[in-house]
Design a protein around this ligand. Structure first.
Ligand code: GDP
Ligand code: IMO
Ligand code: MG
Length: 446
């Protein structure tokens, strides 16, 4: 493949789709809805900590590492260099998709520069999360953080090296020695066996090899021949390692910038930025959540929204929409369009509070604090909007929404500063309202 001319501009718009808050906004559903208009869907960050649910005519898929685009015939899936890949998790997902009749061979590619998660990453994370006196983050315990630590520390294993048996053997031998020693000294953990690990991962590498390529060349070449790319975010902006509610974040760049560093496509070609937000907010794991609610209403949202983690099954914390946080998310991502999911979950609420400002130490502000102490002093200021007390489930036309639901969306659009392109009224692919202006943005594939 020849060197890509950096001056060549894509002929059809690409787009970054990301979560506007703490993950589980419904990205999977929306990527699936939009994938018919994209040639390639590329994951750029995270690993199998993600759980992206897609429901097509009642058939449910939960994708963790593999981009949701593979569910659309004719759409290529790419796992970018910004992802941390657990080979066993990848192979098990591939197997499930094959069993469901989804084509993955020949249209799913893994970056040779992606980092590999190995069993000692999980071992260290589990020990650290449960060690007395350590700050619990409430991670998914998939080894994500320790794998990114090794990447930044420059002693990680990349997919290209996983495929090189002698390098793999040496890497596992040395890393196991080091990690076993540290984990035993710090947490009293039993050591892992490097020989067995090598044998298992060398076998997995053989199965993974056909999927591996230089995806930066693949993606840039696709752009030069007029194809477009959807960059599928995982997690959410407030879980971003730099911009999120640190230290209660994940270990990758889940914001729009991650689409660039996590794939090798330059910022000029990344395209429109689309933020996905629920009509309310949820969070799994520890960390600040200014508009969190408890009690009957939280239970109602959790039950109607089936707010249990797609990966860990943990109940999700629930709360009201937080405009200062959404505006912050829109700012750091330069979000142009919003997708509002789960409108139907609010159907039974008589009144819907929306946080429009914070009171911190007696002063009104909409600036997001950088530290946890700042978050703890937030008192959310609410505007109470009228509920609609009727079903919006499955509505596909904006005009069919009850007036108060339209007013809720208009308020959200005005306050957040980004235009609403899609409203989701149920988990299924078809339960979707697309605004005409947004529909015209992405021409259908020819
Ligand atoms: P993701 O991680 O952002 O892809 O989101 P998850 O799949 O983890 O969680 C979103 C959940 O909400 C899934 O169970 C979806 O099937 C479901 N969902 C998505 N959109 C809607 C919607 O508009 N209404 C309802 N009721 N459920 C939805
Ligand atoms: P999707 O893509 C919601 C959360 C974990 C924990 C923190 C760190 O489905 O939206 P990690 O295992 O990444 O080190 O955990 O981040 N978290 C998510 N929460 N959705 C996700 O992904 C998440 N991925 C990680 O619960 O609080
Ligand atoms: Mg999820």
């Amino acid at each position: 493949m020849s060197q890509i001319e950096s001056s060549v501009l894509p002929q059809r718009p690409s787009a970054v789709i990301l979560g506007a808050q703490w993950g589980d906004e419904g990205k999977g559903k929306i990527v699936d809805v939009l994938s018919e208009k994209f040639d390639i869907v590329a994951r750029y960050a995270g690993g199998h900590n993600a759980g992206h649910t897609v429901i097509i005519d009642g058939q449910k898929f939960v994708l963790q590492l593999i981009p949701c685009g593979v569910l659309r015939p004719g759409c290529t899936g790419v796992i970018g260099n910004g992802v941390v890949l657990d080979p066993m998790a990848f192979l098990s997902e591939v197997q499930k998709l094959r069993a469901a009749g989804v084509r993955v061979d020949g249209n799913l590619f893994i970056s040779n520069r992606a980092q590999v998660i190995l069993p000692y990453h999980r071992m260290i994370e589990l020990a650290a999360e449960t060690a007395p006196g350590r700050q619990t983050i409430g991670t998914t315990r998939r080894g994500i953080g320790p794998a990114y630590e090794d990447k930044i520390h420059r002693n990680g294993l990349r997919v290209v090296d996983l495929l090189n048996p002698s390098l793999l053997r040496t890497h596992i031998h040395n890393a196991c020695h080091e990690k076993n020693t540290i984990a035993h000294a710090l947490f009293g953990t039993e050591p892992l066996d490097p020989k067995q690990m090598y044998e298992e991962y060398a076998r997995a590498a053989e199965q993974i090899a056909p999927f591996v390529t230089d995806t930066a060349y693949l993606l840039n070449h696709a752009l030069t021949v007029g194809q477009n790319i959807m960059f599928e975010g995982a997690q959410g902006a407030l879980l971003d390692i730099d911009h999120g509610t640190y230290p209660f974040v994940t270990s990758s760049s889940s914001t729009a910038g991650g689409a660039v560093t996590g794939t090798g496509v330059g910022p000029r070609h990344a395209g429109t930025v689309i933020g996905v937000t629920k009509a309310y907010v949820t969070r799994v794991g520890e960390g600040p959540f200014p508009t969190e609610i408890e009690g009957e209403t939280a239970d109602l949202l959790r039950a109607r929204g089936m707010e249990y983690g797609a990966v860990t099954g943990r109940p999700r914390r629930c709360g009201w929409l937080d405009i200062p946080l959404l505006r912050y998310s829109n700012m750091i991502n330069s979000t142009q369009w919003l997708v509002v999911t789960k409108m139907d979950v609010l159907d039974e609420c008589d009144e819907i509070p929306v946080c429009t400002a914070y009171e911190i130490d007696g002063k009104m502000t909409s600036i997001i604090p950088a530290d946890i102490r700042g978050f703890k002093s937030i008192r959310p200021v609410y505007t109470r909007l009228k509920g609609w007390s009727c079903s919006t489930e499955g509505i596909t036309e904006y005009d069919q929404l009850p007036k108060p639901a339209q007013q809720y969306l208009e308020f959200l659009e005005r306050e957040s500063g980004a235009k609403i392109g899609i409203v989701s009224t149920g988990p299924d692919r078809g339960q979707t309202i697309t605004m005409p202006e947004f529909e015209d943005l992405f021409a259908r594939k020819g």
